[in-house]
Design a protein around this ligand. Structure first.
Ligand code: MN
Length: 748
């Protein structure tokens, strides 16, 4: 870099520093400015050789973090000092002793905490959920450590573009998993939404772009609607002499996506893409009365939906949120959410407790900020149940080699991570498992192989006619279920073998062969079977029939040549030994290309398997996960288990990419619903079989009061293929909705 460029950079650094001072000015005393200057000089010197991944001078980052800490979190001078210094001990040759030489004890204590946290987030070891909670609990004496770390993460997410894709995915998932819930619990609504949106941008780029584009496309139409909708409200509020602002707040991309997934509706059907917010400028003592007055004026104009009235003014949320929400019917026949709150409530909602304490008078002489920090400490440490929901979320979602699910009666069951509906059935009772036909998870019908998540409520549907099938072994993960299925299969085999024995006796008689132990042994040798039971079984299911026995007889008579006719597939098809992936090809592939696993070729090498929890197909964004038992498993990036795997076991994640290959079929699931028409099933199967190269593996349709819900499992080649099929299925009379199981196509 030449001298001119460096000089330009120095000017830019100073410019950014001055802009930090500007945002500090209203809240910071003169003597604090000196401390901040000192911290800036120290940090600038310490990081002078450093650059960020983007190539920019490193000091841009601490300055930006300090700015967030003041502007968006609401902390004071000490936190600004610490933000500027937050990466010094971690990333430069300076030590904590150096810091304590120049700065006071409070600052060095916070820097110490920040350095310790960074250890937890070390790139190679990856974050452990347990550690994260421990960190929160042990470091909450210095809550500012956590808040500065939050600001640090926010800035890193804003600048995530310059990291390599694999790291982007890890950081984004960690953010979704840990920091967004933390921000939410602490009441930083704006930060939480931004973190979630930024994370979505990297975990599901296509979804993110699509929704953003749709928001942009509909902006003008929305603003016209809002104008018309708010006009009579403004008039009425003015008439009553209320001082107010009306804003229209558009939902964040991630919360729109959340709604689309939860309610299984397309973008166009998310009715509350925006909310109207009425912000009243009203003195503290009149807040409640004025909010209800505004409510009454609004509902005089528009009919409210009584089910959707939320009063968080009388009882604020645990994180401090206060507001009055109602949903009313507009003249265009669309439901619109209206939020009514005061300017104070609005600031608390956006900025959390920092703003909250600003408004409370100090009675004990404690400053507002100290009170607020104490309150956060209480939230984090509290053992009370109502303050614990944040930690509970962690228990449910994070400590998970295990998941916790509920029976229809609300009883709790703990199952290993990755357990399916069928595992759950066997955990209830062997009979329930053996007769399991399907399950309802959160009242929705799912197949046996459906992977459960913590918090799911599971109801098992049984049928006396159902019995275990060999491929069930692929649907379960618990040892208990596997054992029970194997036992049942063995039992079935034994029963069938008994029939087979009788058949064999009869047949041998025809060939004039006596049913003696010696002759049975000869047959076993001939068919290369280990025990009489296996022989009887194969006879029972027709694998060994007239033709095969004839070949045996002629071989015995010296003919021999016909022996090759024996069905060589008989045993292979039946044996359900789990496919053992040869370990070497995997290792070799990882050694040669440690970064990318190419999937789609060498299927016979079995260097990977697709995971049944999300059934990825070529075209999906995927990653590989190295399992202990089954080699590499391929998951979709949108897999419900992905967040968990990526953040907890990042070191076992292999980047994966599809090769274009038409020769391999993958299992994908579709969910259909609509109105039950005559011939519907026929239409569905015809449509599918008309699509080149698609095979149905199973289909399940449930009708109820003239509507139906169905699930299809198909062998398919890639996403394009699947999209074509979905389009065709949607054209069938009666079908209202077709969605891919586990993922909703945003463009549907
Ligand atoms: Mn940092």
């Amino acid at each position: 870099m030449d001298e001119a460029a460096l000089a330009k950079e120095r000017t830019e650094i100073l410019k950014r520093y001055r802009s930090l001072l500007n945002v500090c000015r209203p809240t910071i005393r003169k003597e604090d400015r000196k401390r901040i200057r000192q911290a800036f000089d120290f940090a600038a010197k310490a990081h002078i050789e450093h650059r960020r991944k983007s190539g920019e001078p490193y000091i841009y980052h601490p300055i930006a973090v300090a700015k967030i800490v003041v502007e968006e979190i609401g902390l004071g001078a000490t936190s600004v000092v610490c933000s500027l210094l937050h990466d010094v001990v971690e990333d430069t040759d300076y030590t904590l002793e150096d810091i304590s030489e120049y700065f006071d004890e409070e600052v060095s204590r916070i820097i110490d905490g920040l350095t310790k946290i960074s250890g937890i987030f070390d790139q190679t070891t990856s974050i452990q959920a347990e550690n994260f909670r421990k960190m929160l609990l042990t470091l909450s004496d210095d809550v500012r450590v956590i808040l500065i770390k939050l600001a640090d993460r926010l800035h890193n997410m804003r600048t995530l573009d310059s990291l390599p894709p694999k790291k982007q995915l890890k950081v984004a998932n960690e953010t979704l998993y840990l920091f967004a819930p933390l921000a939410h619990r602490l009441g930083f609504h704006a930060i939480k939404s931004e973190l979630e949106d930024l994370a979505l941008k990297y975990t599901e780029p296509e979804v993110y772009q699509t929704i953003q584009q749709k928001l942009a496309d509909t902006r003008e139409e929305r603003s016209r609607f809002i104008q018309a909708f708010t006009k009579p409200i403004r008039k009425s509020l003015q008439k009553e002499d209320l001082d107010f602002n009306i804003l229209a707040r558009t939902k964040s991309v991630s919360s729109i996506w959340g709604k689309m997934k939860n309610k299984e509706v397309p973008f166009e059907e998310v009715y509350d893409i925006f909310a109207i917010r009425i912000i009243l400028n009203t003195p503290y003592y009149r807040e409640k009365a004025d909010c209800w007055k505004a409510y009454s004026l609004v509902t005089d104009i528009y009919q409210p939906n009584p089910d959707r009235l939320r009063d968080w003014i009388s009882t604020p949320k645990a994180n401090g949120y206060e507001s009055l929400h109602t949903t009313v019917m507009s003249r265009q026949g669309k439901w619109v959410e209206v939020q009514i709150r005061t300017a104070r409530m609005d600031e608390v909602a956006e900025k959390g407790y920092a703003a909250h304490w600003k408004y409370k008078e100090s009675a004990t002489g404690e400053s507002g900020i100290d009170k607020w920090l104490r309150r956060i400490r209480e939230i984090l440490k509290s053992a009370e149940t109502d303050a614990l929901d944040f930690i509970d979320d962690f228990k449910l979602n994070l400590f998970s080699d295990e998941i916790i699910v509920f029976t229809p009666k609300g009883e709790l069951r703990t199952l290993p991570l990755g357990s399916t509906a069928l595992d759950f059935a066997y955990s209830i009772h062997t009979q329930v498992g053996d007769n399991c036909l399907g399950a309802k998870v959160n009242h929705k019908l799912v197949p046996l192989s459906h992977a459960l998540k913590s918090g799911d409520q599971v109801e098992i549907i049984t049928s006396k006619k159902q019995y275990p099938k060999p491929d069930w072994l692929n649907y379960v993960t618990t040892a208990r279920a596997k054992g029970k299925i194997k036992a049942a299969l063995k039992e079935q085999r034994k029963n069938q073998a008994e029939d087979g024995k009788e058949i064999l006796e009869r047949k041998l008689k025809q060939f004039k062969i006596e049913f003696t132990p010696e002759n049975i042994q000869k047959l076993l040798d001939h068919f290369k079977l280990p025990a009489p039971l296996d022989l009887y079984y194969e006879v029972a299911i027709g694998k060994i029939g007239q033709k095969e026995l004839k070949a045996y007889v002629s071989e015995q008579e010296g003919g021999g040549i016909l022996s090759y006719i024996r069905n060589p597939f008989g045993r292979q098809r039946e044996s359900q030994q789990p496919k053992e992936p040869p370990k070497d090809p995997i290792r070799q592939q990882m050694k040669e290309k440690p970064d990318t696993l190419l999937i789609g070729d060498n299927l016979e090498n079995l260097s990977y398997t697709v995971s049944p929890c999300c059934n990825p197909i070529p075209g999906d964004d995927v990653f590989g996960f190295v399992t202990i038992q089954d080699g590499i498993k391929i998951h979709r990036n949108s897999c419900p288990n992905a967040v968990q795997l990526l953040s907890k076991y990042a070191y076992r994640v292999v980047k994966a990419k599809w090769m274009t290959s038409q020769s391999i079929a993958f299992l994908a699931g579709l969910r259909l619903s609509g109105i039950d028409e005559v011939g519907l099933l026929q239409d569905i199967t015809n449509t599918i079989s008309s699509e080149y190269n698609v095979n149905i593996r199973n289909i399940h349709i449930d009708t109820h009061d003239g509507t139906f819900q169905g699930e299809l499992m198909l062998y398919i080649h890639d996403t394009q293929h699947l999209k074509n099929l979905i389009k065709k299925l949607k054209k069938i009379r009666g079908i209202q909705k077709v969605t891919r199981i586990g993922k909703l196509e945003p463009e549907s």
